[in-house]
Design a protein around this ligand. Sequence first.
Ligand SMILES: Nc1ncnc2c1ncn2[C@@H]1O[C@H](COP(=O)(O)OP(=O)(O)OP(=O)(O)O)[C@@H](O)[C@H]1O
Ligand SMILES: [Mg+2]
Length: 337
Amino acid sequence: MVVLGVETSCDETSAAVIRGDTVLSNVISSQEIHSRFGGVVPELASRAHIRLVVPMVREAMKEAQLDFTDLDGLAVTHGPGLVGALLVGVNFIKGLALALDRPFIGVNHIEGHIYGNILSQQTFEFPVLFLIISGGHTQLVLMKDHLQYKIIGTTRDDAVGEAFDKGAKLLGLGYPGGPEIDKRALNGDSTFYPFPQALARDKGYEFSYSGLKTSLLTYLQDKDKSFLQEHLDDICASYQFAAVEILIKKTMRAAREFHINNIAIAGGVAANSRLRKRLEEECRHNNRHLYLPDMQFCTDNAAMIARAGLEYLRNGFYSEQNLNAYPSLALQSVTTF
Ligand SMILES: Nc1ncnc2c1ncn2[C@@H]1O[C@H](COP(=O)(O)OP(=O)(O)OP(=O)(O)O)[C@@H](O)[C@H]1O
Ligand SMILES: [Mg+2]
């Protein structure tokens, strides 16, 4: 089955073509315009998607060396995300599906992140415990099989990616902040300052990241420029330590409690080098199998959307043109995420 995927939920305009688990193309245009504002400006994102969506789809088709008539189905992110940005991709795919007389499916963006990991593996075994860590989400999800999700924990406030981005902004680093902090932390001392790990003693699987951000703000209040210059790497390493360690503790505890041997991570923060290294160590020590996503499928991309869409389409589920009549499994994912 050949599927075209389109992703326009935030500041990446992406199009991809896959045949089964093989990615034939995956083109991504990251909108540079937002970096000067230190965050995504929704109106600018929508306008950029309008400009970019057709050229990106044409490029993806060209790279895949296919005609539109070779497509068996279409997939597009329908949420969560910026409404104006989502509308661009959704309406484009609805029009294309109508013109080609092919089925299309609206895909949940977070489900897409999950399939970005599955797409990275030669073989993938269920049940699996997914740690989803992105710009807008922090969740622990149990998957019994394809398209079956049970959320066991989520964040009470900010997402871990947001904590990285806002923390970087407070430290005068660029956007997105995650990769910047990750890079600096490599040369820093993670024990330099004990930033708080929220809900560490809590028996459940909820997360909280607003306190971490505030603690950095408070910490920086009486520090002068030269101190900051001298210890920027140490502060990044300490901040990252707090952000990442709590994720690892809760994930390993959930794997024990629910007797799950397979652990997987997904979303932009899954690219974090410390998190990947520490999870590898923990899984080795605790005899768990770890599925790490390819770096190219961590942050937003259309291949992950195409792969999630393919799973629905090949099981006979598709969206109606009015987008109200979601099939049951898609509805489940829409309401639970
Ligand atoms: N190496 C890294 N270390 C830590 N964070 C990272 C790294 N690389 C990317 N990130 C973070 O990942 C986030 C972007 O991920 P992603 O594209 O999945 O988020 P999003 O699409 O904006 O949010 P969501 O998927 O929840 O809707 C940003 O917050 C970014 O800082
Ligand atoms: Mg995302």
